[in-house]
Structure formats: C-alpha cells, structure tokens
Design a protein around this ligand. Structure first.
Ligand code: IPM
Ligand code: MG
Length: 356
C-alpha cells in the first residue's frame, strides 16, 4: 500500500523524536512492502518564525492531502513567558484540531512489565493497568467565548457543549468499550456544571443503544483520586476537553515516564498521531528525549488509520524488547547503566524490526 503521511515535527524535541518514528515506520514499510510518502510541513514556533502563523494554510493543505498526520510537539518558552504575545505556538495546535475536525483524542495508559518499578505508584496498584481516555478535543472551555470585561480586571472563559458534540464523542467511547471490556466511565462534574448535566443526559440516552456496555458516572474530582489509587479499575473513560487534558497528564505518570505514552486525535475524515508529552525545550538538541511515545504513536497510526494490525504489533514488540534489553534513554536507564541517545534508541528499534 502507498501511504501519504504529513510530517509535522514542530518545536523543541519534536524533530528529534519524529526522526525516530520515521526511521521505524520506514523499516516497517520495507518489511511489509508498503511505500511511504512523507510530506513535511511547518507548525508551532517554527512556523511563526517562518511565516507568522503557527498553523499556516499551506500546512493545512498538506494535512488534507495526506492519509494521516504524524505530529511531534509544539511550544516554546519565548512565548510562555510573554502573556501579551499575540500569536502562540499552542494556537496552532488548537487551530489544527478544529480545522481538521479532530474531535476525539484517544489517550491510552498502560504499563510495561519491565518498567513497573519506574512508576511513582506502588507496583501492586498499577499492575495490569490498561485504560483509554477519550477526550473531547474541539469544544468546551478551549473554544468557548472568552474575554475581559471593560475594566480589564475581570476575565471569563466559557464552557459550551452541544448535544451533537457530546454524542459523537460518546459514540466513539461506546464503540471502543465494545471492543474491550465493555466498561465505560463518563467523567463529569454534573453536581455543579450545566454542561456536565447535558453530557450525562446524552450518555444516558445512548446507553439504550449499547445494552452490553456497563456505564458508570463519576465526578472528575473523584476520578482524579481513584485514577492514582486504583488505576486498573478503569477501562474506557470519556470526558470533556479540559477535564481530559488534566486527567491524561495525571494518568501518564502511571506508566513511569511521560516519554512513553502515544495518542491519536481522530475525526470523521482526518487523523493525527502524536506523543502526549510536550516540546521539552530544555532538552532540545541534546539527544536525551525518549522517542518511544512518538514511535508508539506511529504504531497507533498503522493500526487505526491503515488497519495494519501486524505492522503496529511489530512496532510494539520492538518497543517492548528495547525496554526489556535496557536500550533506553536516560529517563528510563537503570542506575549505573549507560543510557542510549534518542537516535540510538531509534536505530536499535530498526535493528530489532529488521531481525524479525
Ligand atoms: C495537550 C496539550 C495542549 C492542550 C496544549 C499544548 C494546548 O496540553 O495536547 O494536552 O491543552 O490540549
Ligand atoms: Mg495537556
């Protein structure tokens, strides 16, 4: 098969980790007789510098012409420390999500047997954890009305959801639950927020269409607590944009390193795959960034966009093997052992794939 993949490396460590995912994907393509046409395009601070827009129209066209988008990271401290900056790299990400219609953000959290001791949580609590968040990505407080009142001393951000927006995300959640343990948790704050009550109402309606799925409704504050107490009691969780942003960062520490967890952002027409970590500006160019989250995002791309389970499986197998062999970057290296560089980890994965 011929695969057209838009390549948005972005800022900070983005380009370094993306390079490893490209190497690994090329090795997979060769093994399974696919050809990949990489279509690089600018995003984030790099795009602001070049053309003054963090998600230029040209990049959007490249994404639309592709079969899938592989994305690194965006963000630059130059903008973080300047609250008055008119254009920010993060706006590029939000614009991209909205324009590509990527309304469902799939963020899995799982553990690796060889890394259980890396987690800040007790081993017996996290063993067997395998959960997936479906975070709504194009609505809520991220996109609602916001502003300052006249005197400049009052600011507001509004969380708005339509029944349709909730429904299309919830349907993805029910469908995913049907392929897993048929357990779905709806995370909201329905004891306080009207938008959450609409979430609950909409999900309750849908329950009738999926009688096999057991749905629990839990408040976001309680989930934040139970997620680190009993992570393995969850399976599929659906939630609105901001709750999902916060909870998925919390969930990511369970596996032991932020550099491990992949994600997919899907819509009806387009799909984008990216590591859940950020641009880690302090590490830029040092060769210490862990590329595994991006490599695993490429695995998700093969599986979800191209239906290539075997290809994705082989990437996952190589990742597991590299972890078991201790061929890892410094965030995961055992004390006393020499860590590999970002690019050496990529090379090792390619070697493992070629040996299969
Ligand atoms: C994420 C990030 C983004 C978000 C930022 C960079 C805008 O935190 O993808 O989780 O808040 O959605
Ligand atoms: Mg986030």
């Amino acid at each position: 098969m011929h695969l057209k993949i838009a390549l948005l490396a972005g800022d900070g460590i983005g380009p370094e980790v993306i390079d490893q995912a490209v190497k690994v994907s090329n090795a997979i393509a060769e093994k399974f007789n696919h050809t990949i046409e990489w279509m690089p395009a600018l995003t984030g601070a790099a795009a602001i510098e070049a053309v003054g827009d963090p998600y230029p129209d040209k990049t959007h066209e490249v994404c639309l012409a592709s079969d899938a988008v592989l994305f690194g990271a965006i963000g630059h401290p130059r903008f973080d420390n300047d609250p008055s900056a008119k254009v920010r790299p993060e706006q590029g990400l939000l614009k991209m999500r909205k324009k590509l219609g990527l309304f469902a953000n799939v963020r899995p959290t799982f553990t690796f047997p060889s890394l259980l001791d890396k987690s800040p949580l007790k081993q017996e609590r996290i063993e067997g954890t395998d959960l997936v968040f479906l975070r709504e990505l194009t609505g809520g407080i991220y996109f609602g009305e916001r502003g300052r009142k006249d005197d400049g001393n009052t600011a507001f951000d509004t969380c708005t959801y339509t029944r349709e927006e909730i429904k299309r995300l919830a349907i993805k959640g029910f469908e995913l639950a049907m392929t897993r343990s048929k357990k779905l948790c709806c995370v909201d704050k329905a004891n306080v927020l009207e938008s959450s009550r609409l979430w609950r109402e909409t999900v309750q309606e849908l329950e009738k269409e999926y009688p096999e799925v057991t749905v629990s409704y839990e408040f976001v504050d309680a989930v934040a607590m139970r997620l680190v107490q009993w992570p393995n009691s969850y399976d599929v969780l659906i939630t609105e944009n901001l709750f999902g942003d916060i909870l998925t960062d919390e969930a990511s520490v369970i596996s032991g390193s932020m550099g491990l967890m992949p994600s997919a952002s899907i819509g009806n027409e387009n799909a984008l795959y990216e590591p859940i970590h950020g641009s880690f500006p302090q590490a830029t160019g040092l060769g210490i960034a862990n590329p595994l989250a991006t490599v695993l995002s490429a695995a998700m791309m093969f599986e979800m966009s191209f239906g290539m389970k075997e290809e994705g499986g082989l990437i996952r197998k190589a990742v597991d093997q590299s972890l078991a062999d201790g061929k890892v970057t410094e965030d995961l290296a055992q004390q006393g052992s020499t860590p590999l560089s970002t690019s050496e980890v990529g090379d090792y994965l390619v070697e493992l794939i070629n040996k299969e």
